[in-house]
Design a protein. Structure first.
Length: 80
């Protein structure tokens, strides 16, 4: 990148990488903020080991259902 002229110096490459990482971090914070606000209002749920296992199994089951539905409609395959 430096040799091709896209960036004048190594410092410019590092600076651009840091800027892009900061943008990504800012987007993630924006996406997470509504959930954090709900937790602050006490709207979260507490999970023990058993309920956490059930929670994740529910997520897996819904994912399997969505995948099967896509395959039935011919909109995708299991290899991506």
């Amino acid at each position: 990148m430096i040799g091709s002229g896209a960036f004048p110096t190594e410092a410019a490459v590092v600076g651009e990488a840091l800027r892009l990482l900061q943008e990504r971090l800012d987007r993630l914070r924006q996406e997470l903020q509504p959930a954090l606000d709900r937790l602050d209002r006490g709207e979260g749920i507490e999970l023990d080991d058993q309920s956490l296992d059930a929670f994740f199994e529910d997520i897996r089951a819904r994912g399997r259902q969505r995948l099967e539905a896509r395959q039935v409609r011919g909109h995708g395959t299991t290899d991506g």
